[in-house]
Write a protein that binds this ligand. Structure first.
Ligand code: FPP
Length: 231
């Protein structure tokens, strides 16, 4: 099995999972939170150093207020609730996205856990109020500021310059992006970083995603040949 350094998930299908059981959508998100806990364990067992989760996109603010509120509440409950487990397994929590959009209570809870786990090497990266295009626009703004201050010559701007101004420039690109519940789209996730990632889509809904699905994704990755444009 080829070693994966960074795996990223588009956690889709919580709403459909709940609907199929006649439950409110928020119950699907609650069950999705349980899957997050399981997947953390699978990644640890597989020796994967970076796990990125697409938890809330910039577009998700358009959902009904009660669903947004329930998701924010779940995030705090889960991530604060997971803190002992993050310590036990020495995992660092990092938030990626427009954190300024988040309610103050959510931001504070996340920042507290981020600080408490900052020294650990393995990383759980949670994308919140995240959009790939928004991230690239953010990088462009930062670069433009440096040019305006005379600290950067526009002629020297290359891919590495842009990569240095993304939200988490020290994190390597994902090797594998997994999307649950069958949709064949990136949905504005890690647009820059996904350039050479392998994509794996499973029809399994996120709350049902289990160890067999995880192993199937890893096996599919192992079977692929990554050429990065070469022969
Ligand atoms: C997509 O399902 C899922 C989300 C928008 C939210 C994911 C959030 C969690 C699993 C909460 C816990 C997260 C962490 C990091 C602790 P959907 O609602 O789009 O499903 P649908 O396409 O079936 O409607």
């Amino acid at each position: 099995m080829k070693q994966i350094q960074h795996i990223a998930f588009i956690m889709d299908g919580n709403g459909r999972w709940a609907k199929a059981r006649g439950l409110p959508r928020t119950e699907g998100h609650r069950a999705g939170g349980e899957t997050v806990r399981r997947v953390l364990g699978y990644c640890r067992d597989a020796g994967i150093r970076y796990l990125t989760l697409y938890a809330f996109s910039v577009e998700n603010w358009k959902r009904p207020k009660e669903e947004v509120d329930a998701l924010m509440h779940l995030l705090v409950a889960h991530l604060a609730g997971e803190e002992p487990m993050l310590h036990e397994h020495r995992v660092r929590l990092r938030v990626m996205g427009r954190r300024e959009d988040l309610p103050v209570a959510v931001r504070e809870a996340l920042e507290r856990v981020e600080c408490a786990t900052a020294a650990y090497e393995r990383q759980l990266i949670v994308c919140l109020s995240y959009g790939g295009r928004t991230e690239i626009a953010h990088a462009a703004r930062e670069i433009a500021r440096l040019v305006a201050k005379g600290e950067l010559d526009p002629e020297t701007i290359d891919e590495a310059t842009v990569a240095r101004h993304l939200y988490l420039p020290d994190v390597p690109d994902p090797d594998l992006i997994v999307r649950t519940s069958g949709e064949l789209r990136l949905s504005n996730f890690l647009l820059w970083q996904a350039s050479y990632a392998e994509l794996y889509v499973t029809p399994t809904l996120w709350p049902d995603f289990g160890e067999a699905d995880f192993q199937a994704a890893l096996s599919a990755f192992s079977a692929r040949e990554r050429r990065y444009g070469a022969l």
